[in-house]
Ligand binder design. Structure first.
Ligand SMILES: [Zn+2]
Length: 86
């Protein structure tokens, strides 16, 4: 019983947990133990490695463009495009 519990405690992170922790990880908000489990999973899971890269890119994009500026020329181009569709 004790062995089982210890085994469970040391279970590697699963992908679902990874997704839940990824924003905290990128914020540097994960405690050391969690971060180690997180990075151990990262080393073994291609899916989560790709997911982390996507999240990094997404967050980088958000930081670069905090607000989509209202752009009259873009709006005009969109209106023209819609008109062409009809
Ligand atoms: Zn994973």
């Amino acid at each position: 019983m004790r062995f089982w519990r210890r085994h469970r405690h040391e279970d590697p992170l699963v992908c679902r947990e990874f997704v839940e922790l990824v924003t905290d990880y990128l914020d540097g908000a994960l405690p050391d133990t969690e971060r180690r489990r997180f990075e151990a999973h990262l080393a073994e899971c291609d899916g989560c490695t790709a997911y982390l890269q996507d999240m990094r890119r997404l967050i980088g994009t958000l930081h670069e463009t905090p607000e989509p500026p209202p752009d009259a020329a873009t709006r005009e181009a969109l209106l023209r495009a819609f008109r062409d569709l009809r």
